[in-house]
Design a protein around this ligand. Sequence first.
Ligand code: ADP
Length: 386
Amino acid sequence: MFLELSQLDVQYPGNPSPAVRGVNLGLRAGDIGVLIGPSGCGKTTLLRAVAGLEPVTGGKILLSNRVVSEVGHTEPAESRRIGMVFQDYALFPHMDVGRNVGFGLAHLPKKEQHQRVQDVLALVGLGGAENRYPHELSGGQQQRVALARALAPKPDLLLLDEPFSNLDIDLRERLAQEVRSILKAANATALLVTHDQLEAFAIGDVIGVMNEGQLHQWDDAYSLYHRPATRFVADFIGHGVFTPATLREVNGHILVSTAVGELTDVAECPLPCAFEGGECDVLLRADDIVHDDHAPVKAEIIRKAFRGSEFLYTLRLASGELLMAHVPSHHDHKLGEWIGIRAEVDHVVTFNRACSLNQRALCQMPCAKAEACEHADPKYQPVKFI
Ligand code: ADP
C-alpha cells in the first residue's frame, strides 16, 4: 500500500469525542480514493491528518511504509511530498496562470520550470493559457489550474478537499470525470473528499463511507451499492428501505419472504440459520422494485420525485410498509393511485431485525446484536455498527 492508515484517531483539544475514530484504510499507488459522508463526519480532519496539518491522537499514518504520523510525531507537511487542491481554488489573483502553476517549482532551472508548466497545463486541457489571469477564467478552468499547480511538482500523493463544490452541478460531474482522466494520465495517487455520491462514483477507484468519525466501508462503488457492510452505508448510498423478511431453505434453495412477495433465485443470500428463526430485515432498493400492472401486490403512491428518465416513487403497501421504486417516467401515475409491483432482487442484503416497524429512521437505532448484522467477508474493513 502506498498510503496506510492504521487505527487512526484524531481528537481536537477541548472536544470530548474524536473527529476521526479507529480508521483503517490502504490506498495503492496510482489509485484514487474518495471519502464521502455527511457534513461533520470527519472527512476533512482525516485529509488534514494525512497532509500533516493535524496531529494524530492514536494510531499511525504511513506513506510508502514510512511512519509520517503517530502520537508525538508529525512529519511536517512540506516533507511529505503531498499536493493539495482545495474547494476555493486558492489561486494567486495577481499572478498569471503560468506563474501560479510554476509556484512550487522554484527548485528547478528556469527552462525546466517552463517546460513542466507547459506539460501540466496541456495535461489539464489548458495548453497556451500561461498568460491569462485567474479572473479571466471560468470556475472549472480555475479549478483545473489549481490541479495543474498541485500536480506540477510531481507529488507522491494528491489530496483534494471538496474540489468541485463551488461549481454548478452539471459541471461538477463532468469535471469529476475529467479530473479522473487527468489523475490517471499523470499516474497520480490521490485521496479526495466529497459529500456528493455521483462525484465519488465518477472519480473513485475505492470509496470510503464515513459517519461520526468512523469508516464504515472502504470498497469499490459496486460493492458499496450491492453489498453495503452496515445499515448506515445501505441508507447513505442510493434510495431504499429495510423491510422485515423471513429466510427459508427449500430443496437447497433459499427463499426470502417479504411483504412484496417471495424472492427466489437470489444470489449471495445468507443461510436462514444466520438469524434466529430466519427472521431478518432485507434492504430493498428503489431499483429492486419493478412496476408491473399484472403483479398481484399493489402499493399506493404517496410521494413522487421526477428524475428525468424516471420517477422515484415512495409507495405504501396495504400493510402500511413503505417501499421505494424507480419507475420509467412515461409511467406517470398520480399520488394516491395503486400500482402493481414486484421485487426483482439479485443480491439480498440482510441485517438483523432492528425493530418491528418498517420505518427507516427507527431502523437506524442501535441494534443489540449489531455485530451479526455485518457480512462475515473479511474483505470488509473492520466495521462497527453505531
Ligand atoms: P467533514 O469534513 O466531514 O464535514 P470535519 O472533519 O470538518 O468534518 O469535522 C469533524 C468534526 O470535528 C466535527 O464535529 C467538527 O465540528 C469538528 N472539528 C473540525 N475542525 C475542528 C477544530 N479545528 N476544532 C475543534 N473541532 C473541530
